[in-house]
Design a protein around this ligand. Structure first.
Ligand code: HEC
Length: 112
């Protein structure tokens, strides 16, 4: 009996660990493992894949604009303040503004 309990405990520990990739701290749902991921999964995966979320990036204002845009145009519901703050903090921290995507300008002598 004791042995079974131990085995079960070990099994659940192993299975629990399997859902989190230790190296990247990425959850099985693709989100980074940080405070607020549950709110994001709950509120941001109903209409589209979470991949659409994780493929984007921005600062807090950019994320807020995206949320307001969906609320205005795509029937995204309103969040209470705490939920909205958790979502914005999570997104701005883990999917922050990407580095500039533009290449450097061509040197003058290579200009057409
Ligand atoms: C009620 C439905 C709905 C929910 C819930 C929802 N979205 Fe969206 N979202 C949409 C629609 C519709 C689009 C446009 C999809 C397209 O262009 O194919 C979209 C697009 C996006 C985009 C891409 C914007 C762009 O510029 O192309 C991002 C990023 C995004 N959503 C993030 C989120 C986040 C973060 C949440 C949770 C706070 C969320 N979505 C929840 C409906 C929703």
């Amino acid at each position: 009996m004791k042995r079974t309990a131990k085995t079960l405990l070990l099994l659940s520990a192993v299975c629990g660990a399997a859902t989190v990739n230790a190296a990247t701290k990425q959850l099985a749902n693709g989100l980074k493992n940080d405070d607020g991921w549950l709110q994001v999964q709950t509120h941001c995966s109903a209409c589209h894949s979470l991949q659409l979320v994780t493929a984007n990036s921005g600062d807090r204002t950019a994320w807020l604009n995206t949320i307001r845009w969906m609320q205005k145009n795509h029937n995204l519901w309103q969040f209470d303040e705490t939920t909205e703050d958790a979502i914005l903090t999570y997104l701005a921290k883990n999917y922050s503004a990407a580095k500039p995507q533009r290449r450097k300008p061509l040197p003058l002598d290579l200009m057409p």
